[in-house]
Design a protein around this ligand. Sequence first.
Ligand SMILES: [Zn+2]
Length: 97
Amino acid sequence: MRFDIDTDLRSGRCKSCGAPIYWIKTRKGNWLPVNRRAIMATPVQIGGHTFVLVDGSTVQALPEGAVRYDGVDSVVAFEAHFATCPDADTFRKKKRR
Ligand SMILES: [Zn+2]
């Protein structure tokens, strides 16, 4: 799958688990660590976590397939790394500082 990324993107590694990530600049101007592989995500009202679209906007969503189709089309998005980081607890603590 190919798509244009219309926002600032920097490659890096998770300081916690060492996984390759991208830093993506959201429309709010924050740099957010995301998993490198963009996936299809389905926006949800409840229980989702943060995904960043290729234009830098954020959406609460779940990976496609994790939710029943509810009339909401999936989007190509990067999942926030802290949602899947095996060291998420450490990561959050560091972030909270
Ligand atoms: Zn990590």
